[in-house]
Design a binder for this molecule. Sequence first.
Ligand code: DOR
Ligand code: ZN
Length: 356
Amino acid sequence: MMQLPGLIDPHVHLREPGAIHKEDYDSGTSAALAGGVTLVLAMPNTKPPIFDAQTLDLALDSAKAKARCDYAQFLGAGPDNSDWASHPSLPGRSAGLKMYLDSTFGQLRLDDMSLWMPHFQQWPKSLPIVAHSESRSMAAAILFAAIYERPVHIAHISLKEEVLLIKAAKERGIHVTCEVCPHHLFLTKDDIPAISHGHPGRGEVRPRLATQVDVDALWANLDVIDCFATDHAPHTIAEKDSDNPPPGFPGLETILPLLLTAVDAGRLTLDDVLTRMVTNPRRIFNLPEQPETWVEVDENAAYEIKASESFTRCGWTPFEGWKVKGRVRKVVLRGQTAFEDGKIVVDAGYGKNIRG
Ligand code: DOR
Ligand code: ZN
């Protein structure tokens, strides 16, 4: 048995408010614990989106009643809510500011760069800005980090050109950090037929699955990658198989076994995983340590990933049937056993808002 610190996932979609048939703070934080994750940062592209004090309170009230692991909630950047200077206490109550600079799921989107500027000017430098920005818009986000002299964290990079540009930006002292999701490390677009089981919508995700050249470049430049994050984006199997499939993959329950299997295969070290799932996210997102918190993992337990055994409400996984090694047996969160032998044993509401 191996003991790890509680893992941090800085990028999850918990669908509350507005789409709790996909997930809510209860099911999503249960999935987190089952995956060895004790702290999640929740994205704001809900219905309504989380973009001001009122909507932040709406999400935090649900979280307070339902969360089983610790959490913080992002605010979303919109066209009309950039006057953060007039609401000085609001940013500090959030995980950070999420800016959608590309096409995504939901209503938060900033097409025009003049809409980015006041957010970069006014959002406090001590709190992160996270950018959903792909390819050339990512280059623009890095330029904004340089112009406004502030840190920017690039969500879910997936392309060779992206990891190479971030490397070059870091070498020049620009304050940019980034995360990669397991699906962009372990899958390419050639895997879409196998994921789809005849339903091509299951392969839809933003950023899209990329090529083997891109995946190889991510692995070859792991030192450029600051965090591993799931972008846990649950949509029900019926929605994924419909005529208008929403993009997104669940990931909270599969990230650790997938990475530990890669450790077992010698593709990276356990230390590489912990740096990217504990130390770096804690620093980048300014997160407190969780005292008396650990995860017990049977590193020799080999098993098959099955959606039917998961806590997420979405009912499917792109990794169905994958053989992995390393199973979470027990999670202790702030002195209390929260997950043991496949069961959640902590009450809804035990989870703490780390910005509260
Ligand atoms: O695949 C994705 N799903 N990409 C996004 O940008 C949003 C996310 C979601 O919320 O479903
Ligand atoms: Zn996301």
